[in-house]
Design a protein around this ligand. Structure first.
Ligand SMILES: C[S@@+](CC[C@H](N)C(=O)[O-])C[C@H]1O[C@@H](n2cnc3c(N)ncnc32)[C@H](O)[C@@H]1O
Length: 421
């Protein structure tokens, strides 16, 4: 009964958002999407109604979608990820958007019509009961939805059922780093705002494994959850200098209650200390085939955009951050696997930060606190933290072989006690 009420509350709230006027044409809404990993190029492909600033990551970044595949987007909202995936699967493939909210599907279908897409379909259903046959899907994506579902195990079991053997999951979602304060846990605004229905990162991984998935990787992307406040306080429009006209600003103010509610709930606690935007990868066991296995070994380009450091690895001087030698070893391991690795730091290669459009845009929006940023094949996969070898393995599709790691020497790491290399 309580679960039913939660689902009804969530549906009512998102119906209100869909009826409103938040669109991809709003600077604030685009900023949220870019803070969570969408490029300008991707945003420019979308019809206005597809993006309402509701995503918490970019699941397509590492889904490895290929021509001819069948892709399902759980909780597709206005269809932004469906439309981007449609371009990747091509005319021979199919992308199916599932959402329980009528008003969201109306937006999605309007966008489909504008784009003239014939390889896309939308269905109304809750994602714990998918209207799809067994073993029929190559890849399941989802963006900021599973946290909203009370019975997550039922969703994971449904995903496993509809995936083909060897099929894969690429999800962006919110998960918890630690249990939430009691008042946030009970807050309806925080629930519909994708925070208090979230489960711990470890529990997320365990639940997928218990459902029967293999190669499960749940990675904290390091994205700043306060990005949502940009829509609430009107971002650029709060203090003048806005490029939206007054009518649009007024419409946004009226219709952004979800972002408002979330922003006020978030004012009372540090969301980034408790919750994280995560990227989730998992596989359904089975014979692998080259069209449907994202872990197929292909050479990837990994780029690291680092904080200002006095040498190329930061492993020098008297106070070496202990994470850096391990990170340097993990990059060497990646190179050893045949991947191309490029590492830039802001002090020594500022030009690289200017020339890379996505990095330049991210730093302009989020500041240098987002560093280090890691990109794989041109897509941002993590921010504000050094990923682990397991994270890299998930992104490039490799087993994370354990290996003795170099330890920073107390006398000054690789460079002795004299300071920088
Ligand atoms: C935060 S929005 C994300 C929308 C979209 N994925 C995006 O990134 O723009 C959550 C969406 O999930 C849908 N939703 C929430 N719970 C659902 C459920 N149990 N079954 C189906 N859809 C659900 C809502 O209607 C809403 O469209």
């Amino acid at each position: 009964m309580k679960e039913r009420m939660i689902i009804d509350d969530v549906r009512d709230q998102y119906a209100g958002v869909a009826r409103g006027e938040l669109t991809n044409e709003s600077t604030a809404i685009r900023s949220i999407a870019s803070a969570f990993g969408y490029s300008e190029d991707e945003l420019n492909q979308l019809p206005a109604e597809a993006n309402m600033g509701l995503s918490c990551g970019n699941p397509l970044a590492l889904a490895g979608i290929r021509e001819g595949e069948v892709v399902v987007d759980l909780g597709c909202g206005g269809g932004m990820d469906v439309f981007l995936a449609a371009g990747k699967v091509g005319a021979e493939g199919r992308v199916i958007g599932i959402d329980m909210t009528t008003e969201m599907l109306e937006r999605a279908r309007a966008g489909q019509q504008k784009l003239g897409l014939t390889n896309v379909e939308f269905h109304q259903a809750t994602i714990d009961q998918l209207p799809l046959p067994d073993n029929s899907v190559d890849c399941v994506i989802s963006n900021c939805v599973i946290n909203l579902v009370p019975d997550k195990s039922a969703v994971f079991e449904e995903i496993l059922r509809v995936l083909k053997p060897g099929g894969r999951v690429a999800i962006s979602d919110i998960a918890l780093k630690q249990e939430l304060p009691a008042d946030i846990k009970e807050s309806v605004e925080a629930y519909v705002g994708c925070i208090s229905g979230a489960i711990l990162i470890d529990e997320y991984r365990r639940s997928l494994e218990q459902a029967g998935f293999t190669s499960v990787v749940v990675t904290d992307t390091g994205a700043d959850l306060n990005a949502y406040a940009m829509a609430s306080d009107s971002g650029c429009c709060g203090g003048g200098g806005c490029d939206a006209d007054a009518d649009q600003a007024a419409a946004e103010a009226k219709e952004k209650s979800l972002h408002d509610g979330l922003a006020s709930a978030m004012q009372s606690f540090d969301a980034n200390a408790y919750a994280a935007s995560v990227r989730v990868h998992a596989l359904k066991d089975g014979p692998t085939n080259s069209a449907s296995n994202f872990q197929e070994k292909t050479m990837k380009t990994v780029q690291v955009f680092d904080k200002p450091m006095c040498c190329s690895t930061g492993v020098c001087g008297p106070d070496v951050d202990p994470v850096l030698p391990k990170f340097a070893a993990d990059l060497d391991w990646l190179k050893g696997q045949g991947h191309q690795v490029e590492r830039y730091n802001l002090a020594q290669q500022p030009q690289a930060f200017i020339e890379n459009k996505a990095i330049h845009q991210l730093i302009s929006t989020a500041g240098t606190d987002c560093l280090p940023v890691v990109m794989v094949d041109g897509q941002i996969v993590s921010q504000a933290a050094y990923p682990s070898r397991e994270d890299f393995a998930g992104w490039v599709g490799a087993a994370a072989a354990s290996q003795g790691l170099p330890v920073a020497k107390p006398d000054g790491g690789c460079c002795g006690s004299s300071g920088c290399c």
